[in-house]
Design a protein around this ligand. Sequence first.
Ligand code: ADE
Length: 230
Amino acid sequence: MTIGIIGAMREEIVPLLALYKEYESMEIAGNVYYKIAYKGANIIVAYSKIGKVHAAISATTMILRFGCEKIIFSGVAGGLAKGLNVGDLLLATKLCQHDVDITAFGHAKGFIPEGKLFYESDKYLCDKAKEVAKDMNLSIKEGVVASGDQFIANQQIKDSIVKEFDAIAVEMEGASVACVCDNFKIPYCIFRSISDSADGEASQSFDEFLESSAKISAHFVYKLVDKISL
Ligand code: ADE
């Protein structure tokens, strides 16, 4: 079994590399891929750089170059739903691109012809994630995660994403990884821990909590991989 784990930023994968300890590294198309032999499985870890295009490059490379059979994303997100706090862990049941807009042609916001408005995370991975959360005595929130090439730090924009997509969190990569995996028929799952509330204070909160929240998501993904790689 070969499993790919993607983060967007260095801070999102450093905790994983620290947990796995030993790895080989390889540079492809401007990204470093870390190859880990773990309990008979191959694990490929990389950070893509921020944004949907970069994440799509990494997901495609993991599938075509490394033969990844499952892809997991680990990182941080801005919370949209009421009651979400910094450090809360989320499982994206569905992902959408909130910044796609060809409504001028009568399409729904977020929809691209021959694509999907919502991409669904793999059921097996989601079920395993819920088992792992239970084992860890950790509460994991589930819902729609909206991705776009924008850092959301504004209450009105935040409200409009909630209204349009019923999203619980916002980030900048998940839906592009979902789109790549859906097209290649590779099971995937996206995990995020809250770093900010996508409001006027989001950038300060992000800077303060990026590392600690990234660690929460990475530790969880490490446990999940442990469960599914056997
Ligand atoms: N990732 C973490 N916080 C975010 C935000 N507020 N907007 C977009 N991506 C994020």
